[in-house]
Design a protein around this ligand. Sequence first.
Ligand code: SF4
Length: 330
Amino acid sequence: MPAGSTRTPVVQLENVSVYFTKKKLLGPQATVKAVDGASIQVGRGEIVGLVGESGSGKTTLGRAAIGLQKPTGGKVLFSKEEGQVDIGTLKGRSWRQMRSHLQIIFQDPFSSIDPNMRVFDVLRIPLLARGVKDRRKVEGMVSDVFGRVGLPTDVLSSFVFQLSGGQRQRVSIARVLLLDPEFIVADEAVSMLDVSLKGDILKIMKTIASDLHVGILFITHEMAVARVISDRIAVMYLGNVVEMGSADQVVGHPLHPYTQALLQASPTIDPSLREVLRTVNVKGEIPSSSAHPSGCKFHPRCPFAMDKCTDNVPELKEIEEGHLVSCWLY
Ligand code: SF4
């Protein structure tokens, strides 16, 4: 049972694994363990930052959390008024009804949309899918979400190609809000934006969580972004959550050597914190997802590795209230 959140969960991932088979021209097939037994819970109105390097499995875990990726093992539970439902068991109409409540915002949401579409038509499509056809009603709903994302309604007549990066991300958030979400995965949603636009979008996401009680899993490779937006932070390494706690715990008192290294590498980290961090000189690059090291997967890169780290997998255990880490140092 994932620990750490005191809020009513909206989505709970229990020991989720996602393995892929990689075909090779020569030699045996390889198994890619993109996610390898991860447990995370996101509460209603809560933002959980999911942080890690490229190749850590963050995006695959996020896709599994909204049913876009079927887990190889474990469960994704969505809480409804009637109780929890395993989204992997839903099919047909019941899945389609559930689907609109589980949404995703991408880094560049318009990469797959015809740039010659007008913004109003882009937004009308999800409403048609919800059975909302009356134009005045559509206009009322669109105007409401445009207020939330800080866009003037004259943008509705613009073509997609005419929008700036910040406007595009606001439109993509508006589109998701029109689907009445209860849980949103934001996958590197601000990583293509400059600093001031990033701040604006992060504020919008926080307001959505607090005002609409939407749970958000905010995927980012930037610890500084996770610190600003998250109530809790989960740090992922090679398919596993290696540390989880409140944003203050993880950023102010990081326990796992990998978290410490991520914080040290963060350019905007508080200088006073830099002094209290041990010097963590991480060796090498993140290994391939098809060649996980034995024991603690971080051991080949960890400056504090001990003999037992090579063969024994440390469990994710609670060190202080709500603060969990998987490392033999604790
Ligand atoms: Fe380093 Fe060992 Fe802790 Fe892994 S378990 S992070 S190798 S000290």
